[in-house]
Write a protein that binds this ligand. Structure first.
Ligand code: PMP
Length: 297
């Protein structure tokens, strides 16, 4: 068996990730009461760290969760856990919970939030799936409505997304897309979705129920720099079934071409726009997270 390569920072110090750290009374665990980020690191440098930390702060403020650590302290903790990791390229999960309280739901019983960061590999898809392109379904279960929880809050409440992902597995597909109550496409279980139609790159607006993904933002930036028309647009399943190209984006996903949606095969996968964005994305990562100037001893 492979040696355990996970490293963990918990409330200010490096700990053994295999040992329990979180109380069974933690409201993150009991009620999904908390916020999180998934962050990639390449060549031991976190990609778009400030954007992730800002989104985390905003998520926490939106649910009135007092952050136990300031942004600078969390940035230092990220550096610490990357330095402790044997991996050059990997994935960080940064979680802040409301903390331990009573068994009741009232968050006033939680005196102090808990924060942890795990550095590990992320197995979102296999190399074979990446190569072939993904088969996706539109799930029957709907996304939590935006008037129930603002989709910009990246909270620990992922149950709808988990159930959608289970539908995909049951259907023999790789990933599920969730509709909102109005039948508009929102996002995947852990990623944003893009289509290319008539030379335009389209992605659902946040108001339809999409997380404002950091990778989604990067793809929109890259499209602008490549001179590719791109905009937010409400999409029904029809726009996906009849798309020229389709791909998913996310920190874990990076950029994943889609080859079929609900059994309807796209003509090309990956298409030329997908490939252009993908190579611009790799070049951007190399620019922002290239080999560190001072090599580690
Ligand atoms: N939507 C959902 C539901 C997600 O969990 C993620 C992954 N964080 C994304 C979209 C993509 O966001 P990002 O590019 O910031 O990782």
């Amino acid at each position: 068996p492979e040696q355990n390569i996970a490293r963990c920072w918990f409330n200010g110090r490096l700990v053994n990730p295999a040992e329990p750290q979180i109380s069974v009374y933690d409201h993150g665990l009991l009620y999904g009461d908390g916020v999180f980020e998934g962050i990639r690191f390449y060549h031991r440098r976190a990609f778009r760290l400030q954007a992730h930390l800002e989104r985390l702060q905003h998520s926490a403020r939106a649910i009135a969760l007092a952050m136990p650590y300031a942004t600078d302290a969390l940035a230092a903790a990220v550096d610490e856990v990357i330095a402790a990791s044997p991996l050059d390229d990997g994935y960080l999960r940064l979680v802040v919970t409301r903390g331990a309280g009573s068994l009741g739901i009232d968050p006033r019983s939680c005196a102090q939030g808990n924060a942890f960061i795990v550095a590990d590999r992320i197995g979102f898809t296999s190399a074979a799936q990446r190569q072939a392109g993904l088969s996706v379904i539109v799930a029957a279960i709907r996304r939590l409505p935006t008037d129930g929880l603002d989709p910009r809050v990246k909270s620990l409440n992922y149950l709808n997304h988990v159930l959608a992902r289970m539908e995909a597995t049951r259907a023999g597909a790789d990933e599920a897309l969730l509709l909102n109550a109005q039948g508009r496409i929102t996002e995947g279980s852990g990623d944003n979705v893009f289509v290319v139609r008539r030379g335009e790159l389209l992605t659902p607006p946040g108001i339809d129920g999409a997380l404002e993904g950091i990778t989604r933002g990067v793809v929109l930036e890259l499209a602008a720099s490549l001179g590719l028309p791109a905009r937010e647009a409400s999409l029904a399943p029809y726009e996906l079934y009849t798309a020229d190209e389709c791909f998913l984006t996310g920190t874990a996903a990076e950029l994943l071409p889609v080859r079929e949606i609900d059994g309807r095969a796209l003509d090309i996968c990956p298409g030329p726009v997908t490939q252009a964005i993908e190579s611009a994305f790799s070049a951007l990562i190399a620019r922002e997270c290239g080999e560190p100037a001072e090599t580690a001893a």
